[in-house]
Design a protein around this ligand. Sequence first.
Ligand SMILES: [Zn+2]
Length: 224
Amino acid sequence: MLVRFMEPRGSFRAGECCASLSERTVQELLNAAIVEVVVPSYQNPPGAPLVQFNGPVQFTQDEVAAACRRVGVSLALPAGSGLDGAKVLWALSGVETGFGLNCMPRHEKGYCTGKYSLHPTIVTLTKRWGHAAHSSFGVWQVMLGNLGPNASPESFDTAVGCAEIAVTHINANILRGCTAITLAQIADAYNSGNFRDAIVPEVYIAAVARNYLVPMPAPKMAPQ
Ligand SMILES: [Zn+2]
């Protein structure tokens, strides 16, 4: 379901989250000059999933491996890291979604009602996408908010698109400025946001290390 809002002319207060928006009546929303309709995902029918997503929620290991090979070369690993960008992506995909097996969006409460819900990007995305704005998507389960205020869940429709998003995120937020980095540090930052803090997700880090050694399926020959 595409949810598209026109700018509601200041009807919503900064920081207002979906929980309070959902109590508004349709008339209030119309009065707020929302001209395109709108069955917002935060007004889901009973029994409907919290996050509506029409894109693929599963990719084959061949698709994921191909995306890792194609996009992994763009990972800005410092010279001498000894790491293979494709295998770093492959290892992270294994922990995040079982190498593409389960790419259902995951809703993060901290972005819905917690401290991140007040971030201007999340406030903007919530108006347009409802609970999807508080969710991670795709093979690498990147938060929608990482793509900025104009983000769309459609960006996660292909394995290559998912890989490009993951690489952009890792390069900008994890690798930038690093002159030496280990797989454990990348895994730590990918999971907890930062490897220079007190949070060290050891189970996650160990799983990434194991997955780095899981052989990727061989490249498929192009059709003749
Ligand atoms: Zn939410």
